[in-house]
Design a protein around this ligand. Structure first.
Ligand code: NAG
Ligand code: NAG
Ligand code: NAG
Ligand code: NAG
Length: 266
């Protein structure tokens, strides 16, 4: 009996030791405002203390780090990992002006430069608007228009009262491309039955992995003023409002009947 021995395909690529310098984006999900890391593979030979390591880049393409020394420690940090023969550049509070520009890592006389692009990477831009905002009330509707100038990816938004999901009947979100981000307009408009208690009304959006409260407003069923049957409600416990409704309907009918008789009598 023959035993077929599978031919071992040597994964040449995996064992191939990089002879040349090159850097790659190390951060798997770039979140603007947070730190981003680039990792430079140093050549196997002469690694790692024989020569000077350096990173160049930034909006003005300047020297960012020289070995572990930084031109600005609040912005750039470099560390050498001798085991993996890599130099890692950390860029703190990553901003829009730091994308789509050249970064160069160099070691001795060799250097590698490339443009930092995000098109094939996961990235997020969380809105910078001050939220949550409060909702307005005009007597019949709760409403708000909120514009998020920059956001990525497209926000998924939901409207909720304490009791239920009101997304469908209350919320419209339009997102338009804005550079590598989106601009989103959130239009909320919800008809309130003033006889009803809603508790907290909220608009929340998820932006990538982050959940953001865009607006929230407490509604009170004891609200005076513009509410229908306001005076009666103010005197009574809100829980009794349903039975009160029926009562006032009966009163209405009695009135109509009375009027009818009155007109008939004329
Ligand atoms: C260092 O970087 C921070 C953050 O980007 C910046 O606010 C500051 O002005 C920089 N300092 C210098 C000396 O460039
Ligand atoms: C309240 O807003 C809604 C929707 O925007 C509108 O249809 C309604 O006429 C407004 N009511 C008042 C009293 O302004
Ligand atoms: C809404 O009301 C509840 C109970 O009174 C309170 O705990 C909560 O902080 C309020 N929320 C807002 C957004 O006003
Ligand atoms: C109703 O409105 C009046 C005046 O507008 C106010 O003084 C009173 O506190 C309100 N009552 C309730 C229960 O909100």
């Amino acid at each position: 009996m023959y035993l077929t021995i599978p031919v071992l395909v040597l994964l040449v690529d995996l064992s191939f030791e990089k002879e040349y310098l090159s850097w790659k984006l190390l951060t798997t999900k770039v979140v603007f405002g947070q730190a981003v890391q680039l990792r430079c593979h140093l050549p196997k030979q002469n690694c790692c203390h024989n020569y000077t390591r350096s990173w160049r880049g930034g909006p003005d393409y300047t020297l960012l780090t020289l070995n572990e020394k930084s031109s600005n420690y609040t912005k750039y940090i470099e560390y050498l990992d001798t085991e993996s023969r890599t130099s890692v550049l950390t860029i703190k509070s990553f901003s829009e002006s730091e994308v789509d520009i050249i970064y160069q890592c160099s070691y001795g006389f060799s250097s590698y430069e490339a443009i930092l692009q995000l098109t094939r990477h996961r990235y997020e831009f969380h809105p910078t608007e001050s939220v949550p905002v409060s909702l307005s009330f005009n007597g019949t509707h709760m409403y708000a228009k909120i514009s998020l100038e920059k956001v990525f990816p497209k926000p998924q938004c939901y409207g909720n009262t304490n009791e239920k999901d009101i997304t469908k009947e209350s919320l419209k979100v339009i997102s338009k491309r804005n550079g590598i981000f989106y601009k989103s307009m959130i239009d909320f408009n919800y008809m309130i039955d003033p006889q009803h208690c809603f508790g907290l009304v909220t608009i929340t959006c998820t932006v990538g992995t982050s959940r953001i409260t865009i607006a929230e407003q407490n509604t009170s069923c004891r609200k005076n003023g513009s509410t229908f049957h306001g005076k009666h409600l103010a005197q009574r416990d809100s829980v009794a409002s349903n039975s009160h409704d029926e009562e006032s309907n009966i009163v209405g009918k009695v009135l109509i009947v009375l009027c009818f008789h009155f007109f008939n009598g004329l």
